[in-house]
Design a protein around this ligand. Sequence first.
Ligand SMILES: [Zn+2]
Ligand SMILES: [Zn+2]
Length: 304
Amino acid sequence: MTVSNGPQPDDGLSLRFWGVRGSTPVSGPEYAEFGGSTPCMEIRCGERLFLLDAGSGLGACGRHYRDGLMHALPQSIDLLFSHLHLDHTAGLPFFKPVILDAERTLNTYCGNLDGASAGEALERLFSPPLFPVSLDILPCTLAHHGFRAGETLTFADGARVDTILLNHPQGSVVYRFDHAGRRLCIISDIEHSDPWPDAALLDFVRGADLMVYDGMFTDCEYPVCRGWGHSTWQKGAELAQAAGVTAMAIIHLHPSHTDAMLHAMEAEMRVVMPSAFIARERQIVAVGAPARPTARSLPLALTA
Ligand SMILES: [Zn+2]
Ligand SMILES: [Zn+2]
């Protein structure tokens, strides 16, 4: 597994974190390293792009491509929603290079609403007086697709993505990407069950090269946050180790967890699972690639 801030590999399976903060964006010098944007991830299966969630990190993703890289964005973009809570949707109208382009189509996929698409909820969210611009006046074509978590998504180009439902208020979907012999599972958001690990989830993530996991709380913090729909890095490590997962990245970072706290947490986590790390905004991970030091001056602790 290699981790960097440099260019993405053009083959294999890779992941870029555009937002890793949970619940609400944060800013300030104490968040400089891990970042303050809410969840948005870019998955590349070779050249094939998927976006996962439209948190505030989606704006940075759009700005990155706008600056001379628009050719790397397909005309038709697939955006998979884990679910529709605000921290996973509020960035949608700020994906400007795509939504302001009449030649582009943005397909959304939503699997936690009994087959309903995200269309109705997003239209409610992005309309006056909550938001000045309604989605139907955007130049791009928005196509909303609903499915039931548990189904395998199949796309016109033959791409396939597996899904199951997670324990979270209103449900949440985990997505599994298999490409070039590599497996990536993205779990955001989840509250672990008791007993743990959950048998169906264990089976779903088995053998993954990388599992991304909701580590909003620590085991110490969790007792007062029980029922809020989130988990801990400790439960993630239990699941990963039981399922033979090679590496784990923690996301959905608590808004009050500063860089200093996250560094301490990461050191503690790496004693339990040396290949685990806490995701940084803009970080790129080549899933399953052999570990080697990166060109940029990232701490070696990031090489997992
Ligand atoms: Zn969330
Ligand atoms: Zn949520």
